[in-house]
Design a protein around this ligand. Structure first.
Ligand code: FAD
Ligand code: MLT
Ligand code: ZN
Length: 569
């Protein structure tokens, strides 16, 4: 036990910081009390305007820095940015007859956005053609929105027979260009398949359509004192079927584990229209190959997930969030070790943010940061348990320890729901902040913890040396290099915030980043997937044998290659 005379002042310092941290609601990037934390409603241009007008209500010293009008600037077609990518001539172009067929099949005006037989403007397709990062843009002229599994089956069967390429699409918040067409593929958008099928509050098993929005699923099970075992910054937009298709990790994987463990069953439609009904609610089922696992993280390349069965844990009644400033990455590792040791079973998140990421968030959003003064590193710790008194006791002992041992230099603990949301916003708001000046090169990496942050330092050094980076000068493409991520899962997010997408920046980063990661036996994609962005680099994380086997799986399920072509492997 640390001596009392050291622990008491440390705790007092925490409490003082806490009462000083009263961030007005209007400074936050997104309102915590809104029924849906809808980060990215479409059309995105409106969302951009909304975010800017919200943040510009802040006082002058916290006003967000001006960014170029991204909403107005057109995203380049993927086919122009990547001229080496060629349209596969095996795929048929959508005809009037095809559209007629889909109209009969889906039977509703709301189910089709038709630019083949109608004079529908390009802008109507923008939200389906372009991705969240504004980096990839396809040229699709037909969007289908089936409402039932039978309709998905009919659509795929026809596409397979006619050799029409398709892209399954959820909330289009993916970060690897997987959810938008590359050329003229048909978009199959799952947003109309949005019903909860059943929930059992004894077992905690939820069965729901794949198009249910993640936040709505969480609110639904929340009414029954359960929690959806996944949470991420795009929860107001992304869909649960797509979360499974990307094997999304998110903020609480440390506590609840991955989709591979939580998914009990899936209903999927194969490219030839076959419905694979494996919507099991069983926790144990050792009867043959576990085929559903292939669809988890399959990114829409072997079929469309139409419903999921998932195990939802009991919701914790006591949730605490603390935000710390630390002097070095070594101290962050010490804090993590202590958190595991002392908070053990109640630890539900341990997130890392560097000073640059917090500055970027502050500059882009105008939000005040929780701590006075700057620290090279920050981390956010969340505990979730069932007994407030017990959890507080544990948390206080932990806080006393890390403060008195000077592992943590300063910190705050949320004392209200608003503060808790504001602390989380400092972490979750980084993704959006990175985009503020024009675009962002995103790397989502699994790395051994001791070396995790060295990649950020090396990347920064590289840009300091190659003349591509300047914090203020618009002539330089790169604004800053930031590091953050899910420390508890050894998952780093390396982001290079840029003023525009630039081939010199891309060339400096790739394959350099992947080589760096491969040398340390890391993974070039921890949780975002491969999509189009990482397709060419899978060899840095998987052996030739494994890639060949993956190719065979693809061929078996999708011999005509119509599912999400040009991506994944
Ligand atoms: P989309 O982007 O529409 O699609 C993603 C992929 O899944 C595409 O390849 C698509 O073809 C395929 N797909 C979609 N629906 C289906 C279906 N029903 N059947 C088969 N294939 C399908 N990801 C994380 O892992 N962790 C995070 O913490 C995280 N935070 C994020 C924060 C922000 C602000 C943003 C913008 C994104 C974040 N993401 C994160 C990435 C993204 O939200 C996830 O990948 C999410 O699971 C994608 O869901 P979506 O509905 O938007 O899918
Ligand atoms: C996150 O953890 O915030 C997400 O994975 C998104 C991102 O990398 O920006
Ligand atoms: Zn993440």
């Amino acid at each position: 036990m640390p001596p009392l005379h050291r622990t008491i002042p440390a705790l007092r310092r925490l409490r003082l910081a806490n009462t000083a941290f009263q961030q007005p609601a209007h400074l936050r990037l997104r309102p915590a009390t809104a029924p849906l934390r809808c980060l990215h409603v479409t059309p995105r241009a409106q969302e951009q305007e909304k975010a800017e007008s919200t943040t510009s209500a802040s006082s002058a010293d916290h006003a967000p820095q001006d960014a170029p009008d991204r909403a107005q600037s057109k995203i380049k077609y993927t086919s122009d940015s990547y001229p080496d990518l060629k349209r596969d001539s095996r795929f048929k172009k959508v005809s009037k007859e095809d559209v007629e067929h889909f109209k009969n099949l889906l039977g509703s005006e709301a189910a089709i956005l038709d630019g083949v037989t109608k004079e529908t403007g390009e802008e109507d397709f923008e939200q389906y053609n372009s991705d969240w990062m504004r980096k990839y843009r396809g040229q699709c002229r037909l969007v289908l929105k089936p409402e039932t599994t039978e309709q998905v089956s009919g659509v795929l069967k026809y596409c397979n027979e006619q050799c029409l390429a398709v892209v399954p699409q959820g909330g289009n918040s993916g970060l690897v260009g997987g959810s938008v067409p590359v050329f003229d593929e048909i978009v199959i958008n799952l947003s109309r398949m949005n019903k909860v099928r059943s929930f059992d509050d004894v077992s905690g098993v939820l069965v729901a359509d794949s198009g249910v929005i993640l936040q709505q699923a969480d609110e639904y099970v929340g009414e029954h004192n359960h929690i959806f075992p996944l949470d991420l910054g795009a929860k107001g937009t992304c869909q649960i079927g797509a979360n499974v298709a990307t094997n999304a990790g998110g903020l609480r994987l440390l506590r609840y584990g991955s989709m591979h463990g939580n998914i009990l069953g899936l209903e999927c439609v194969l490219p030839d229209g076959t419905v694979m009904d494996d919507l099991s609610k069983l926790r144990k089922n050792n009867t043959g190959y576990d085929l559903k696992q292939l669809f988890i993280g399959g990114e829409g390349t072997i079929g469309i997930i139409t419903a999921i069965s998932i195990l939802c844990p009991q919701r914790s009644s006591a949730v605490n969030v603390a935000y710390f400033g630390l002097q070095s990455y070594e101290k962050v590792m010490d804090a993590f070790k202590e958190a595991k040791k002392q908070l053990g079973e109640i630890l539900s998140a341990f997130e890392l943010m560097d000073a640059q990421s917090q500055q970027l968030y502050h500059q882009a959003s105008g939000a005040k940061l929780p701590l006075e003064g700057e620290h090279p590193f920050y981390c956010l710790i969340e505990t979730s348990g069932s007994n407030t008194e017990h959890d507080s006791e544990k948390l206080n002992a932990f806080l006393e320890h890390v403060m008195s041992e000077e592992i943590v230099a300063d910190g705050v603990v949320a004392e209200s729901e608003t503060q808790l949301q504001s602390l989380w916003a400092c972490r979750e708001g980084i993704s959006e902040a990175g985009q503020h000046w024009g675009g962002v090169y995103k790397y989502d990496l699994s790395l051994p913890l001791p070396e995790l942050y060295s990649l950020v330092e090396d990347t920064r050094k590289m840009f300091e040396g190659n003349g591509l980076m300047h914090p203020e000068d618009e002539k330089f493409p790169v604004k800053d290099v930031v590091g953050y991520g899910h420390m508890g899962d050894s998952n780093l997010h390396l982001n290079v915030a840029t003023r525009r997408y630039d081939k010199d920046v891309e060339k400096a980063l790739e394959p350099w980043v992947y080589e760096w990661v491969s040398k340390r036996q890391g993974s070039i994609s921890a949780e975002h997937g491969l999509g189009l962005a990482k397709k060419g680099f899978i060899g840095y994380s998987r052996s030739e044998t494994m890639i060949k086997l993956m190719g065979k799986i693809k061929e078996t399920f999708d011999p005509n290659g119509i599912m999400n072509p040009y991506k994944y492997i």
